[in-house]
Design a protein around this ligand. Structure first.
Ligand code: ADE
Ligand code: ZN
Length: 334
């Protein structure tokens, strides 16, 4: 099964580029940028990645970003991820980035997006992997700052396929950003939002994503299954879920495999993704392996995850169809 997973053409739709900062690269960038780190070795840096909840994870996630300062830093970060993803036969990735995690430290938006964009173009040319960027708003900052970030993104509109919502969900409901997402929609951005696992008021937040924000996709979102009406509405709209099992197992005590099983059984468009692989120690193949082992999945079910992912990807129909054909050919021949 591991070999089948390794060879399968894959699509990753929930991946924070800042969450791919491996300790090795972090130490290299710290040295290059003369940033003082509280540890001297890669091992010490790795040991410092410790957490047991979304909130405690986010502390280390933001702290680590202090080494990201220049356009080449963002280029190197994204190139490292795309190289790793291509080695796992990820054929297409939609990559989240958190501009406010950088602009709030005085790092210009322009430099962040230019580095990421250059990496995406080079990876397509040199590695044959395709990718697009999704800009996330940090929900623990104000709606005004999110709106200012949206405005700042407009000169780069063609480089960004959509917008998302991430960071600490507690006390930061989707409705806080209603105007920001309405304006993003007017600008032609597609919309997704994190509905993190087991958060307070999760059902109300998912409902707001549907009725107030009008999301095109849901990131995580497995708590929707606890509410029949929510589940039915998501199914009716054909919305996909970007589920991240290994991440779930870190920020809660459960990878939510039973929920993934249920989504498959209900015919919901569930996909498997890595979220922050440098922190959760699992890229997309390892996430698929974890679910496969836990649920004893067969090849058809593994292929179904990728079929769902290419189907809900923010790509033109003809491009999706080309990837889906590649997937079908693999399933038929492997
Ligand atoms: N930022 C990076 N990873 C995240 C996650 N899983 N949830 C919310 N915000 C995030
Ligand atoms: Zn996430």
């Amino acid at each position: 099964m591991d070999a089948f997973i390794a060879g399968m053409p894959k699509c990753e739709l929930h991946l924070h580029i800042e969450g791919t900062l491996e300790p090795e690269l972090k130490m290299r960038l710290a040295e290059r940028n003369h940033v003082r780190m509280p540890y001297r070795t890669v091992e010490e840096a790795r040991d410092a990645y410790k957490f047991d909840s979304l909130t405690s994870f986010l502390v280390g996630y933001y702290e680590s970003m202090n080494v990201l300062l220049t356009e080449p830093d963002f280029y190197d970060l994204a190139t490292a991820y795309l190289t790793k993803a291509a080695s796992q036969n990820v054929r297409y990735a939609e990559i989240f980035f958190d501009p406010q995690a950088h602009t709030s430290r005085g790092v210009p938006f322009d430099l962040v997006i230019r580095g990421l964009r250059r990496a995406v173009l080079d990876a397509e040319r040199l590695l044959g992997i395709r990718a697009q960027l999704i800009m996330c708003f940090l929900r623990d900052f104000s709606a005004e700052y999110a709106m200012a970030t949206l405005m700042e993104s407009l000169p780069y509109r063609e480089w960004i396929v959509g917008v998302g919502l991430d960071s600490d969900e507690r006390d930061n409901p989707p409705v806080k950003f209603a105007k920001v997402f309405a304006r993003a929609r007017e600008e032609g951005y597609l919309i997704t939002a994190h509905c993190d696992i087991d958060q307070p008021n999760t059902h109300e937040h998912i409902r707001q994503c549907l009725d107030v924000i009008g999301v095109d996709r849901i990131d995580h979102g497995s708590n929707a299954l606890e509410d029949e009406e929510l589940t039915a509405e998501i199914a009716r709209r054909g919305l996909g879920f970007t589920v991240c099992p290994v991440s779930n197992g870190f920020v809660t005590s459960d990878m939510k495999a039973a929920e993934i099983r249920r989504m498959l059984d209900l015919g919901l468009k569930v996909t498997i993704n890595s979220d922050d692989p440098a922190y959760f120690l699992a890229y997309v193949s390892e996430n698929l392996q974890a679910v496969q082992e836990k649920l004893g999945l067969g090849r058809d079910e593994l292929v179904q995850f990728e079929r769902n992912a290419f189907e809900i990807a923010w790509l033109p129909r003809a491009t999706k169809d080309a990837f889906l054909t590649e997937l079908d050919e693999y399933a038929a021949s492997a």
